[in-house]
Design a protein around this ligand. Sequence first.
Ligand code: NAP
Length: 239
Amino acid sequence: MPKTILVTGASRGIGASVAKVFADNGYKVLINYNNSVREAEALAVHTGGEAFKADVSDSAAVESMVKSIIEKYGRIDVLVNNAGISVTGLFDMVPDEEVRRLFDINVFGAFNCTKFVLPHMLKRKYGKIINISSMWGETGASCEVHYSAAKAALIGFTKALAKEVGTSGINVNCVAPGFIMTDMNRCYTAEEIADITEEIPVGRCGSTLDVAESVLFLASERASFITGQVLGVNGGMVI
Ligand code: NAP
């Protein structure tokens, strides 16, 4: 029976790459999505996994998704809390509803998924939880104050939960990506991307594969003594 991984927001971008890399490494991948049904279903075919629709901010939908997975596959070995959106704008100009939606998905989404997956990991005394934060959660970004705060919340969540469940065989870690080429960064012009690239010591933007490989490492037994940590995957932009 292969190990199973549930990746939230796996229909596109970083999450899709995580799903592919884990499938290539023998995992049964369970692909969570919200809107991108065609992409999620195609990825399920490509990886031999299965797609599950649930808005991670909807606690009842997450509970039902986890129940279906456990009924069918019996266990979730790895949970990657990746689903996220970004909100940009001057701090006092972002409407409250947008801020609430940001926190509902990026923070409560991770809480919801962990809340329903964790009891099954505790029962088996085994599990790997990996939260996708951001370098902005470490350093803060101008015009992304709410996003930075939400991503910093995931770092606090990672550290505290790692302490709470460490003796139960569960590792909780965080990956903090830098500038990764996905739809999330479509808003940038080629000129802006060139300017950002100049600030990255390795001289290039990150790929989704860069992030996926770091998640694979943290889920592996090679990382069994690593918990409560934040792994920066940012080409040296934050040191
Ligand atoms: P992306 O290409 O925009 O993809 C976002 C993914 O999240 C999609 O699969 C989307 O699914 C899913 N999603 C959004 N809202 C959801 C919800 N309510 N429920 C379930 N899934 C939801 O973004 P990305 O760049 O891959 O980002 C992935 C994660 O990495 C995010 O947490 C982001 O903050 C973080 N990150 C990204 C960067 C970067 O530079 N790209 C840097 C640091 C951190 P649907 O399309 O199916 O709705």
